[in-house]
Design a protein around this ligand. Structure first.
Ligand SMILES: [Fe+2]
Length: 368
């Protein structure tokens, strides 16, 4: 951090001023509640991605359905054309990895700023002087009192407000579903990585949608769900009821503006219910949809972050609109795992009834 020109003399990480942290639900709801113009950088990119692939040493698909690693490129040096093509690649492949990166927090911020409005969280810790570049350092949070143990490793992102506090590991989720304009391109750069473990998994929402029967797809197309925040806030009219989550309504099946493909936009941690169904119906259907994501290993990728060069970091950039992820806290804090994350917020989620599924668009069989 010192090498990158970050002043850590006042402590690290920087925590938001407690006096400015929202306490009440209406305050928290009003943050970014207005439309913000979004330009989808992947939409008009060269579908063959000649500028990006031409400059890379290797482009390796890690699984059939999700995850690509690019070798031989520095994220800090990309041209705008390469950034556009990378956006499209991320939207298509769900997550793209770059090892052996020299990337300052400012350069990471600048790349995120190119892809959309950077989310600046009101509560979470960030790189000193660089709001919007969130510090991902759960071992530090454990020292600050978070109950992070072998049995409670799922606390690593959501604190005690988690909907499922008793799960043995972090729950599958996508980030910031409760926002008016939800998270799009999201970039985690790890600069301290355990020698063993600390992996992350991602799963494809396009493939999850294509796993469904055609009748189930028809049933879900156009339906809406309620999505909640990770953090809780007090209801001004009923403060003694305890913290409540921010809730917003979004389509269950959303169309990605870069690829035009439909994706299953639900996750176990943040989707509360399906509008129009009874609670029992909603729970049963959502439970099945979570399972489609979580139990189909053929639509997942598990990534170990270790760079091949000593002293370098590794970046993963994923599209939160079309994937879920979970991290694995198996190193149990014995070795440092530290990184910085920049989230570019995307469009207001929408469902285009004329859009196609990935397999449909690629002409792949959709057999039952
Ligand atoms: Fe996350």
């Amino acid at each position: 951090m010192i090498d990158a020109g970050i002043d850590i003399s006042k402590g690290y990480p920087e925590v938001p001023d407690y006096n400015k942290v929202p306490i009440y639900l209406d305050e928290a709801f009003s943050i970014r509640n207005e439309d913000y113009p979004y330009i989808e950088r992947g939409k008009h990119a060269d579908p063959e991605k000649k500028a990006l692939f031409g400059a890379a040493k290797e482009v390796i698909d890690l699984t059939k359905h999700i995850g690509t690693e690019i070798v031989g490129l520095q994220l800090a040096d990309l041209t705008d054309q390469q950034k556009d093509e990378l956006a499209l690649l991320i939207a298509e492949r769900g997550v793209v990895f770059f090892r052996d990166q020299k990337l300052s927090p400012q350069k990471q911020w600048d790349l995120g700023d190119y892809w959309g409005q950077i989310e600046k969280h009101a509560q979470v810790q960030h790189v000193p002087g660089l709001k919007g570049n969130t510090v991902i350092w759960n071992d530090y949070r454990a020292k600050k009192g978070m109950n992070l143990t072998f049995k409670n490793a799922n606390y690593c992102n959501f604190g005690t407000g988690n909907k499922f506090p008793d799960r043995g590991n972090q729950v599958w989720h996508s980030d910031l579903c409760h926002e008016h304009q939800t998270a799009g391109y999201t970039h985690l750069h790890l600069d301290a990585i355990p020698s063993v473990g600390g992996d992350t998994l991602w799963a494809s929402g396009y493939a999850a949608y294509d796993k469904l029967s055609e009748e189930m797809k028809k049933f879900l197309d156009g339906k809406q769900g309620v999505y909640c925040s990770a953090h809780g806030y007090l209801d001004r009219n009923d403060p003694f009821a305890g913290p409540k989550k921010i809730e917003r309504v979004h389509p269950l099946i959303r169309t990605n503006p870069a690829t035009g493909w439909k994706s299953l936009f639900v996750n176990r941690n943040m989707t509360v219910r399906i509008l129009g169904l009874s609670p029992v119906e909603s729970d049963i259907i959502l439970g099945y949809l979570y399972d489609v994501y979580e139990k189909n290993a053929d639509i997942q990728v598990r990534f170990n972050w270790k760079p091949s060069k000593e002293g370098y970091g590794t970046s993963a950039i994923w599209d939160n609109r079309v994937t879920q992820h979970r991290s694995i806290w198996d190193h149990e804090g014995e070795e440092l795992r530290h990184g910085t994350r920049v989230t570019s917020l995307a469009e207001i989620p929408y469902f285009d009834p004329d859009s196609k599924s990935q397999r449909e668009d690629l002409g792949l069989p959709l057999d039952e």
